[in-house]
Write a protein that binds this ligand. Sequence first.
Ligand code: NDP
Length: 639
Amino acid sequence: MLTSTPALGVDPQTPSHEGEEPVSNEKLIGELDFDPTALKEKYDFERDRRIRSDGKTQYVGTSAGRFEAYSRDPWNDAEAPREPLTDHTSVIIAGGGFGGLLLGARLRDAGVTDIRVIETGGDFGGTWYWNRYPGAMCDIEAHIYLPLLEELNYAPKHRYAYAAEMLEISQRIGKEYGLYDKACFHTAITGAQWSEEDNRWHIQTDRNDTLTADYFLLACGRQSLPKLPNLPGIDQFEGHIFHSSRWDYDYTGGTSAGGMSGLANKRVGVVGTGATALQIVPEVAKDAGELLVFQRTPSTVGVRGQQETGPDWVDMSKPGWQRERRVNFQSHVQFGTTAGFVRPEVDLVGDGWTGAFEILAEPETAVSERLGRSPTQDELNELSEINDYRLMNQIRGRVDDIVEDPTTADALKPWYRWWCKRPGWHDDYLGAFNRPNVTLVDTNGQGVERFTKNGVVVDGVEYPLDCLIMATGFESAISYTELTGFDIVGRETTLSQHWANGVRTLHGMSTDKFPNMFFIGGNTQTASAVNAVHLLDEQSQYVAHIVGQVEAQNAQAVEAQPKDVEQWVRIIAESPKNHAMFRFFAQCTPGYYNAEGKAETPADLFIGGRCGDGALAYYSVLQTWMKNKQLNGYSLELG
Ligand code: NDP
């Protein structure tokens, strides 16, 4: 059995070795060809100059109000008129992305077939309905990311699936599992109330539907609402402007596969350099007359290794192959974030993600062998930091290898620990800056400061532009009620009141006082998973298991018991790893991971307030609980 050094820092459970002889630093960390102290100072300097007093309020949402037009649906503009619905279904699912589709599919497998999905977009797909920008793809291997591949017997075309394929898979699931029959697209839920009189959920929508359902399931995503920097003058810009998730092909021409002839003579600006911009920039660079990329903080850009995959890329014949591959991937990733976790010998996915954790997380047995004894926690932390510098030096070295202009190359180098921001990957992003029509406008960590009618201003200099593409991300640190856009009325309380002092759930998917209601996704005391679809699938199976059991027993209602909710809340709150993670992110450059540098508790972190032992431990809790078949922690009301 191998154990790992915790890549994210202190794990207070590991014993200290007070009074033991300190070992030489070289024995612990090996030879260094860099100065860690100088790097740490550089990281601190770069972080400090990015901390802003306005924190999260530097952004403004676009789901309602002044900037609502930025959220308009460009794909299916004609909202087909229809009469309001007034019927009853067994299940209503809020959200038709991968989460809602998985819920629908797993429920059908459990024998529950009367399902209505309600979705604000014009089709299934969620993230991949909205995000169709040129070059859009998922940077998690397609064979582990795409849902239900085994059930659909579908082999992905590329190692990393493009958006069009992911939309097609969504539609395929919708058809295969009969979810189109009652789906309501271009429909937003506006209210939901539990009724004691008929033991049903009463649900209203913005299309004047008044619906009832036995079960209300929510799969509303995690980062689905586009946001913009709240800067002066955005309304005054007279050129063309849109958010990356609402690409305007009427203006640019072409498709997500490229060919944007409308940009040929245009001066285009991209604001933002996160995971989305990494994919957009190489495509726009090919077609735009001129491209200016406005950078506040550079992303890490690892080797992607995109390639076509044939039917033999993965042996899909063995039952359970997809879960096995997902677990294998998570094991390699988790090995780097959970002390004491076992790293399997085989790395089935073998990509940049697992490769990075290979550098970050050295097996503790190897460290013990070098030291002649087990390492102390301080030593493990030191080694972890040194390995992070090693990984980041490789990433910075890749910039030098690819980008020809030394000033541009320097500006593209990220100075923070690898996990401080969502790691990025691309084969063509850095090379795009060698093109004569592409300019990096580095803002020295300060960002674009305002808009004018002609373009944007950085450090007092105006950059005139014809078109502005806002790759500025999505609302992240918002309450569940803000995410869904409506409050939910349970037994004698609303969800916003019930969670006013913090989220309280059982297994991250239900709460007391809200019978027959379950929610899936990553923002409610669940676990942090690099492969979000793996998480959604495990959760969907849990929910389908409960609904199937309740139906089999002919019960009226199922509700999480307060004492079990309290216990789950305690498990999450007391998890030492959550506190270690908090200390790690407190040192990071600002971003949505750490509430723009203003996180005050672990729960404020984007990936905080989760099952501290990692996603596999969380899945194991769910699996063990399901095997028991007793619905422990829930009370049933029999009819
Ligand atoms: P992000 O929030 O990651 O990035 C927003 C970008 O906008 C940052 O670079 C930010 O800079 C920049 N920015 C904000 N304000 C300004 C300003 N005033 N001037 C200049 N720059 C500014 O959004 P993304 O859309 O890139 O990614 C969102 C999420 O979607 C991520 O979680 C990502 O993982 C996910 N995603 C996943 C993909 C996948 O393949 N699985 C693909 C694409 C996205 P700063 O860093 O300084 O804050």
